[in-house]
Write a protein that binds this ligand. Structure first.
Ligand code: BGC
Length: 741
């Protein structure tokens, strides 16, 4: 066994001995127990498993308050009896006192005293909710990615959670897919840096068990490639596409020492990831070197029967175990069927031992044997509220994630003396600032956009008028147009419109929001439009008609303060898009790093384009403006033995200070496989005072200039490369260079 330690996570010799010693004392039932994850189920009036409640909460069928009321009053089965019998290795939950109670049973009342590993979906924060990942990725700020994850880890442990089902690192290029909100966007390179930073933040500070958790990178793999952007749908692709586009984020996470992985629901080339021995054993465990364990996604082992790949539950369990699936999330199939499968010889004892060894190793690494409980004083501290530094970081992250898309006219930054008519139901909803997959927040911590304006001392009047659900109040609209000097319209999507099971065929502004915007513009007053959404929207009409567009995503508990500070110019916008925005729906999937075609879109009819829409993005990957302007010049590329040294000058040509996320791209011009028209290879945030110029340098290692072929082999091919640097994936300076490896 390759004990966790090949990478950043080390088990000492003593710890390894401990794992072996426990393993040697375990019965088969106890071993299978470790491979079983339970979630609380509601008993009594109705029978809804906890995972479904979470889904209902996530997709908006259940309001946060209703969920909390239900949880506090409903009779729940936390599976205490099974835990006591040693039949449970993991549970889900985020209540620290309940965690302590269950942990006490596991530690003090089971034969071997093995603690539970308690997992939860802490995707972009628990009580302190940070921006959704697609937004945070746009900050192009690795230090921020790490810092927010470090805080998330601490807060998770304080709630009894030692295992976060995050980061979600699915490359996602089809904005119809609702889960684009949960991940770092369309680009493999940015996604890989995001993955590394998140792993460092979640797992890095092992100085105290209260400071780190086991990350669970997900969803392995190609979940973001679901056909048509429809959640859970089939995927199929070449080995080279798998290796070049979808695998690198997971490779990076494994290199950084990610403790666990969650398999994806989808099939890849006909075999569901849940039972895919090639993907789980050959690629993930052997090639990428996962040291910890793999968990199925919720109910996924059972779903292999519906996929038509397993005859029944027992067969699905056998296939999953043999494929290398170490833990069953929520189906009981391992618990109910694996013993018989081992006894009949269908599943070997080695398979079971390997899974249990992996699970125990993570528990030992987490320090759960020595520190299984959340200290009472930590629980009490959170009951008093979140620490001030958490709110401060949530605000900084939110400010850094706002993208200025368009800024015509002289209205932004706003002048404090002007009267604001704030419009849109989304502006005054605490429920809507947190975004998809946020489950531990409290309303009292959430700052709405209206709150943010008030906190900033704005002269603001609020007119709900209408929102994504389709309502439009003409009277309020008329009053809003009449009253303010400036109209600030908040439009977009509700939280429930993105996230799991929230794919959409139409990603234009929902409801009558376009009509509302048209009427606001017709008033002749200056209009600033702020978008709140969990996916790139098709904004062709808006870009044509609106003078000012600000993409604010779902930014977390400090959203209102962050939006106000950017609109008032206390903070200059600095984020860029982590995903391309189309003009119209029909352009999906859309991404900047498309493989070259023999007939690139051009003037001629017989080129790769649409008759009725542009081929390129409305706002491309990496795009974002500030209150100042930046000019790039003097791109230099110098070849060294093992790398290219690249420098470019960036001047702040405007009147204000600003931060620019400078980007480096590369094109392998001639290769043995068709390569992307460009690929991100580096980025840096650069702070520049008005009038200041800086030289920014990048090192592009030659070993990173290759690609995988269709046998999964990495190739470095001599030849011509185009090196580009600039403000986004479209506006670039370029140099050509012939490179020999
Ligand atoms: C989701 C996962 C999540 C799991 C547990 C599933 O439905 O796909 O991302 O971690 O539920 O809540």
């Amino acid at each position: 066994m390759n004990y966790m330690g090949g990478k950043k996570m080390k088990l000492t010799g003593e710890q390894q001995k401990k794992v072996e010693s426990i393993l040697s004392q375990m019965t088969l039932e106890e071993k299978i127990g470790q491979m079983n994850q339970e979630s609380p189920s509601i008993v009594g009036g109705f029978d809804v498993p906890f995972s479904e409640l979470i889904e209902m909460l996530t997709d908006g069928r259940l309001a946060q308050e209703e969920f909390e009321r239900l949880m506090s009053t409903a009779k729940q089965d936390f599976h205490e009896e099974e835990i006591r019998a040693g039949l449970v290795g993991s549970v889900m939950g985020n209540d620290p006192r309940k965690a302590n109670e269950l942990q006490k049973i596991a530690v003090e009342e089971t034969r071997l005293g093995i603690p539970l590993i308690i997992g939860f979906d802490v995707i972009h924060g628990l009580r302190s909710v940070f921006p959704i990942a697609i937004a945070e990725a746009g900050s192009f700020d690795d230090a921020l990615f790490e810092e927010t994850a470090r805080m998330v880890a601490k807060e998770s442990r304080a709630h009894g959670i030692s295992w976060n089902f995050a980061p979600m690192i699915d490359v996602a290029r089809d904005s119809r897919w609702g889960r684009v909100s949960e991940g770092p966007g369309e680009d493999t390179f940015l996604g890989s840096r995001f993955a590394r930073a998140k792993i460092r933040g979640l797992q890095g500070d092992t100085s105290d068990t209260g400071n780190y958790v086991a990350a669970c990178t997900k969803h392995y793999i190609c979940y973001g490639a679901c056909e048509g952007g429809r959640d859970y749908n089939t995927t199929s692709m070449s080995t080279s596409q798998l290796y070049n586009v979808y695998l690198p984020t997971f490779r990076a996470a494994m290199e950084e020492g990610a403790a666990t992985v969650m398999a994806a629901f989808n099939d890849l080339n006909g075999v569901p990831c849940t039972v895919n021995e090639y993907l789980l054993r050959d690629v993930l465990k052997k090639e990428l070197g996962l040291d910890g364990f793999v968990v199925s996604d919720a109910n996924a082992i059972k779903e292999c029967v519906i996929h038509g790949i397993a005859a029944d539950d027992a067969d699905a369990g056998v296939q999953a175990a043999i494929a290398g699936m170490d833990m069953d999330m929520g189906t009981h199939i391992y618990k109910d069927h694996l013993k018989a499968a081992v006894e009949s010889g269908k599943v070997s004892m080695e398979v079971i031992d390997e899974a249990v060894r992996r699970i125990l190793s993570v528990k030992v690494w987490l320090g759960l044997f020595e520190h299984p409980y959340v200290p009472e004083e930590v629980i009490e501290a959170y009951e008093k509220g979140i620490p001030a530094e958490h709110a401060a970081l949530a605000r900084k992250a939110a400010e850094e994630s706002i993208v200025l898309l368009k800024n015509d006219g002289a209205v932004l930054p706003l002048d404090k003396s002007r009267r604001i008519s704030l419009v849109g139901t989304l502006a005054d909803s605490a429920d809507e600032v947190t975004g998809a997959w946020a489950m531990g927040w409290k309303k009292e911590d959430c700052v709405t956009i209206l709150d943010g304006f008030k906190n900033a001392g704005a002269n603001v009047s609020y007119y709900p008028c209408g929102g994504p659900e389709g309502n439009l109040n003409e009277e309020e609209l008329a009053a809003a147009c009449k009253d303010g000097d400036v109209i600030v319209a908040i439009v977009g999507e509700t939280t429930a419109m993105s996230g799991e099971a929230s794919s959409k065929a139409d990603i234009t502004l929902p409801g009558r929001q376009r009509e509302m915007l048209a009427k606001l513009i017709a008033s002749g007053k200056p209009v600033v439009t702020v978008f709140m959404n969990g996916r790139p929207l098709a904004l062709g009409w808006e870009a044509e008609h609106l003078p000012v567009m600000v993409e604010a995503w779902h930014l977390g508990i400090q959203m209102g303060n962050a939006v106000a500070s950017v609109l008032y110019g206390e903070v200059a916008p600095s984020a860029k898009l982590s995903s391309s925005f189309p003009y119209v729906n029909g352009q999906c999937p859309l991404y900047y790093n498309h493989p070259s075609t023999g007939r690139p879109a051009g003037k001629s009819k017989f080129t790769s384009k649409y008759l009725d829409a542009p081929a390129e993005a409305l706002f491309p990957f990496g795009y974002g403006l500030s209150y100042t302007t930046f000019a790039y010049s003097d791109l230099r590329v110098e070849e060294k033995k093992d790398c290219l040294e690249i420098s470019v000058k960036i001047a702040n040509t405007g009147e204000r200070a600003g931060v620019e996320a400078a980007q480096l791209y590369m094109q392998d011009v001639t290769a043995s496989l068709v390569r992307p028209v460009k690929e991100l290879k580096g980025y840096k945030r650069v702070a520049l005072e008005a009038g200041e110029e800086k030289e920014v340098s990048f090192v592009l290692a030659k070993k990173d200039m290759g690609f995988y072929d269709n046998a999964g082999n990495y190739r470095l091919e001599d030849g011509l490369f185009r090196i580009c640097a600039g403000a986004n994936s479209r506006d670039l300076l370029e140099e050509e260079i012939t490179v020999r490896f």
